[in-house]
Ligand binder design. Structure first.
Ligand SMILES: Nc1ncnc2c1ncn2[C@@H]1O[C@H](COP(=O)(O)OP(=O)(O)OP(=O)(O)O)[C@@H](O)[C@H]1O
Ligand SMILES: [Mg+2]
Length: 351
């Protein structure tokens, strides 16, 4: 047997076999023996011989000359090519003649990494939101002045004056800027003065009735699965209306005139929380986009005048309500936006 020939004492191997974490013994880069946990982690079949494999196949980067002992993070690579984040602890195992054997324990840390990414993203969004709110505040007042004076000049000019067409454009564009600045101002606000009991089902049906005649919804089947007698939550109704409108319009834009949208609410089994889910059958959101869509001004809709503020404002509102928003794949094939809101803000965070 290959291991016995290498001269590794049995007692050492027996002790090693007690290790429950994915572990492998190797001579430089060449694998000698791996435990079941290691085989499972890297999807190695029981019939495959680990002795024909090399550490560099599983851990990237793997040092080509001197093995780096100790703990480090790297990329794990399964035999099927899929990759995940790992932490590798490498240490000497046994020295025999001129042969030196090592043991490496490998931990799958992909879930922890994902969580770290989310934390980072949320911190970044909070910082960006604050900054955006401050800038908007600075811009809002001079914009008000521009609009005021442009309107005064407009009043002084006769409607058929050459300049009035251009002046009209100035007013229109400045008004648009003002709307954007107003949206941004919402970021900075975290007052709970306007919190009152809100019937989320009612907000949904009311908001939908406002926009259902819009051509965006013409060829779209929109279903509602609203939990009867959904408990009211403490919230800012105006802001929650904005959340619903943003998600509905995004879903309608995603299905682009034909497809399905479903809006569902639920509270049963969720403790003191309500859940809102908006599904669509659009193209969905790639992993790459998923990290960006909540950033202010991120849009893929430049062609139709998207500001990229819808989701970032939505994110801010949900956070202010002590809730959470997530995006995943919908059973319809498109995107699923899921929001959890605590019934009473005191249950959630105050950030
Ligand atoms: N339901 C969805 N399906 C697919 N992609 C989506 C969906 N909702 C949002 N997105 C993506 O997220 C981006 C950001 O959305 P967000 O609502 O913040 O801005 P926008 O819709 O582009 O612009 P605005 O909301 O100002 O019209 C969109 O441009 C789009 O790429
Ligand atoms: Mg939008």
């Amino acid at each position: 047997m290959a291991l016995a020939e290498k001269g590794i004492p049995n007692i050492l191997l027996e002790n090693w076999r007690e290790i429950k974490e994915p572990s492998v013994i190797h001579e430089a880069d060449k694998c000698l023996v791996a435990n079941e946990a290691f085989m499972d982690l890297f999807h190695i079949g029981r019939r495959q011989s680990i002795q024909e494999m090399f550490m560099a196949q599983f851990i990237s980067p793997w040092p080509s000359y001197h093995l780096r002992l100790g703990i480090r993070q790297a990329l794990g690579r399964r035999l099927d090519g899929s990759e995940f984040d790992v932490e590798v602890i490498s240490m000497p195992f046994y020295a025999a003649g001129d042969g030196m054997f090592y043991q490496s324990i490998v931990r799958d840390i992909s879930r922890m990494k994902l969580w770290e990414d989310k934390m980072l993203q949320s911190e970044r969004l909070t910082a960006m939101g604050k900054l955006a709110g401050e800038i908007a505040h600075e811009i809002n007042n001079p914009l008000g002045g521009i609009l005021l004076y442009a309107n005064l000049v407009k009043e002084d000019l006769s409607p058929d004056h050459d300049a009035s067409v251009n002046l009209e454009k100035i007013v229109k564009l400045a008004t648009k800027c003002r709307i954007i600045a107003k949206g941004l101002l919402n970021f900075g606000r975290s007052s709970s003065r306007s919190y009152a009991p809100v019937d989320l089902n009612h907000v949904i049906t009311e908001m939908f009735s406002l926009i259902e005649d819009h051509k965006l919804f013409a060829g779209v089947r929109t279903d509602f699965e609203l939990e009867p007698e959904l408990p009211h939550l403490m919230g800012d109704r105006g802001q929650l209306e904005q959340v619903i409108i943003n998600l509905l319009i995004n879903a309608a834009e995603a299905v682009n005139g034909h497809g399905r949208i479903r809006v569902a609410t639920r509270s049963q089994g969720l403790g003191p929380n309500v859940e809102l889910v908006v599904d669509d059958s659009g193209p969905g959101i790639t992993d790459e986009l998923r990290l960006k869509i909540f950033e202010p001004f991120f849009t893929t809709k430049q062609h139709r005048g998207g500001t990229g503020l819808g989701l970032s404002i939505t994110h801010g509102i949900v956070q202010r309500h002590g809730g959470r928003i997530d995006v995943e794949e919908s059973p319809f094939g498109g995107a699923r936006f899921r929001i959890w809101l605590p019934l009473d803000r005191t249950y959630g965070s105050r950030t």
